[in-house]
Design a protein around this ligand. Structure first.
Ligand code: NAI
Length: 702
């Protein structure tokens, strides 16, 4: 038998079912239909003694079709299909390779014996999508490994490797060499040993793994790991019920619970973010643009950013020349690289050989001559227009034709930088985030003259660099930092009005930001912000209180973590924040000097005042066409600024709280603080008037 995605052949008395649904064997509706048909065939063939289920291509089933989440529920269909496999009267062996996630692992649990190739990874990341495993995972996994371990696995949402899977207990064997041949041999051995079906659904959950104490601990864990979210707790409910219920009743409960999860903002936000990240590379108008191959790279400036960027290339296997103007600066940069890689080796993330191999791809240089052959050159020197223009004019004379000339500038006008060359079509912004080798976001900034081919090349290059690229147009701060401006401004202003740094950061963190903004400043360096504000004073509104908290701390020599003092106090070698009366006294003194009245703040006010300007600016960015689409704005803040994924990003969040509430909130603060910073974006006003959401506005445009 052979259908579109499934083929069935016999190897002696073993039926081998092979699925082939490129690229990653997602369990789509077609695959399910074909698997149902295969099942019927197997039931009809006589003389078959065992079944082997496997996939062709790069991976076993990578998971369910997330695109179906927003459609009608499919859980019953999954349940019947998987039950059908489990209930076969002959042993069902599942042979896995690649990345086996969610529904992919759940079908394997419905098999009777599980084997895998070395290097296979297994995970149940559903809770990070605001749901729980819904195709039997919450009922079968605890039958195999107990409630406690099943919940550890599901709540961690992290993939495990084959040796961990064997230790945890849901993988029977690892097969070296050819997986299919090895799995057939494994199956024959089972038959020879007289082993029959071993149905997970018929196993009893070990009661000792589901005591009241364990379940209470798991609930605490779910609350701690997923604050503001519910899916973790629902997973605890579903998995712990497996100790009491039959498989049938447990599966029904699971279906009810997962369908409840799908109705939540949490799941809507997380699924939206998942698709938003896949959408950013889709750029209208680039259909005819071809990508130029990038076989070698160069980075100018071996400082904080340049070194991190060089690591990204080396990790991608692309040789990179790292250039600085002095031997001392270059040595410092190269030493830093070595230290970063040594840290990875120490944490077991890299072998010594891999470290040597990657460092071998990075060549230090002091001579611009060495950049002649580079396919892409990224400038990351001091933030100074004259210096950058000088460098680009040098590159113009020496870079090979068609080389991408990129700048990592955060604040400078890239059109002006490009004008220092005779080939502005090749000039583009590649705005990495610190630390560049860790943060996934890459803002790709097109000037008025950047060619489609250059944009395509950089969007494609982001893949091997393992970055999430978002295209932006030139404007002050691009997408992310432009939205950051009002967010940070209000946080600083609130501490001058009498709130403590901890109060501000806690309110933001409890709301869901990965780190409060004042702690972020301490980490990045207060001097970094002060330098940006001093250099760009002309870009900001004339507000005498503007960023004065930063300036006050800076003047007192409190530069953040690196000096052990900033908004907080730190102890050597430790990032723990301690409240510091000295910092608070400095802020109070500055407030007195500026005549700012002291008062109490609620968490709600802190969150609204910090977030509303951020959302408002995001809407302006849409209105001006700086971002291609609302979801791109959301990705910038999720991938680069620790915005909670489960809230879907700032613009989805604006729709969630309603645009009317956002507009009214801005007008409320306008009454209190005046119109300088509190003015609803024109598009926000318009959408409220028309009764539309940002999503609807966006849909009309695409
Ligand atoms: P940095 O001060 O750590 O490094 C700058 C490096 O450039 C130094 O090693 C310096 O010796 C070198 N340099 C100066 N003039 C040079 C020349 N003529 N030729 C070759 N090398 C030269 O600065 P950082 O923080 O790495 O910033 C670099 C750029 O990246 C700036 O444009 C900055 O705005 C941007 N950026 C910085 C971020 C951050 O968080 N630090 C984030 C994103 C962008």
């Amino acid at each position: 038998m052979s259908t579109r995605t499934v083929s069935l052949r016999q190897d002696g008395d073993i039926a081998v079912v092979t699925v082939n649904n490129p690229p990653v064997n997602t369990i789509t509706a077609a695959v399910r239909a074909d698997l149902r048909q295969a099942l019927e065939q197997i039931r009809a063939i006589s003389g078959i003694k065992a079944v082997l289920l496997r996939c062709d291509g790069s991976t076993f089933f990578s998971g369910a079709d997330i695109g179906e989440f927003s459609g009608p529920p499919r859980e019953e269909e999954y349940r019947e299909l998987f039950n059908g496999w489990e209930n076969l009267p002959i042993p069902v062996v599942v042979a896995m390779h690649g990345t086996v996630m969610g529904g992919g692992l759940e079908i394997a649990l419905a098999g009777h014996y599980r084997v895998a190739a070395p290097g296979t990874r297994f995970g149940m990341p559903e809770v990070t999508l605001g749901i729980i495993p819904g195709a039997g995972g919450t009922q079968r996994m605890p039958r195999l490994i107990g409630v406690e371990k099943a919940l550890d696995f599901i709540l961690s949402a992290r993939p495990v490797d084959t040796s961990q899977a064997q230790t945890i207990g849901f993988l029977d064997a690892v097969i070296d060499g050819d997986l299919q041949a090895g799995a057939i041999e494994y199956t024959r051995d089972l038959l020879a040993a007289g082993r029959g079906p071993r149905r997970t659904g018929e196993m009893a959950v070990d009661a000792a793994t589901a005591t009241a104490e364990i379940i209470a601990r798991m609930k605490d864990e779910a609350r701690k790991k997923y604050p503001n979210r519910n899916a973790g707790l629902v997973a605890v409910e579903a998995v712990s019920a497996s100790a009491q219920l039959s498989l049938k009743d447990g599966l029904e409960l699971e279906t009810r619970l997962v369908n409840g999860c799908k109705q939540t903002d949490e799941s809507r936000g997380a699924v939206y973010a998942f698709f938003a990240e896949r959408e950013t590379r889709r750029i209208p108008g680039l259909a005819d643009a071809s990508s130029r191959p990038i076989k070698s790279a160069a980075v100018i400036g071996a400082g904080t950013m340049g070194s991190g960027i060089a690591i990204c290339f080396a990790n991608a296997g692309i040789p990179v020349t790292l250039l600085d103007s002095t031997q001392e600066a270059l040595d410092r940069g190269l030493k830093g690289l070595d230290k970063t890689y040594a840290g990875l080796v120490q944490r077991g993330r890299l072998t010594v050989e891999e470290k040597a191999q990657r460092l071998g791809l990075i060549r230090g240089s002091l001579a611009y001559e060495d950049l002649r052959d580079a396919d892409v050159i990224i400038e990351a020197v001091f933030e100074n227009m004259d210096l950058k223009r000088k460098i680009f004019s040098t590159l113009d004379k020496l870079a090979k034709p068609g080389a991408v000339l990129a700048t990592n500038t955060s604040t400078l006008d890239i059109d002006v930088i490009a004008a220092a060359t005779s080939r502005p079509e090749d000039v583009i912004g590649m705005h990495f985030f610190s630390p560049a080798n860790v943060m996934p976001l890459l803002e790709v900034v097109r000037t008025a003259k950047t060619s489609p081919g250059t944009i395509r090349t950089v969007m494609d290059l982001s893949k091997p660099l393992r970055k999430t690229p978002v295209l932006a147009k030139v404007c002050y701060g691009f997408i992310g930092n432009r939205m950051m401006e009002g967010y940070a401004r209000e946080a600083e202003r609130i501490v001058l009005e009498g709130a403590t740094p901890r109060q501000v950061d806690t309110a933001l963190e409890e709301w869901g930001m990965a780190m409060g903004i004042l702690s972020v400043f301490d980490m990045a360096g207060i001097d970094v912000g002060v330098n940006v504000h001093t250099a760009n004073a002309s870009q900001y509104p004339p507000d005498p209180t503007y960023y004065q908290a930063d300036f006050a701390l800076h003047e007192a020599g409190r530069l953040g973590q690196k000096t052990g003092k900033g908004y907080y106090r730190y102890e050597a070698g430790n990032r723990t924040r301690f409240d510091d009366p000295d910092a608070i006294a400095i802020l109070r003194a500055r407030a007195a000097k500026l005549g700012i009245e002291q008062r109490q703040h609620t968490s709600q006010e802190i969150v609204e005042r910090c977030l509303y300007p951020l959302l408002n600016e995001g809407i302006r960015i849409l209105e001006e066409g700086v971002a291609l689409r609302a979801s791109d704005v959301d990705v910038v803040w999720i991938a680069g600024y620790g915005f909670p994924r489960y809230r879907g990003g700032p613009l989805l969040y604006a729709d969630t709280i309603t645009l009317e509430r956002l507009r009214d909130g801005i007008l409320k603060y306008q009454k209190q603080f005046g119109p300088m910073h509190w003015q609803p974006a024109a598009l926000l006003d318009q959408l409220v008037r028309e009764g539309k959401t940002i999503a609807q506005w966006q849909a009309e445009r695409t």
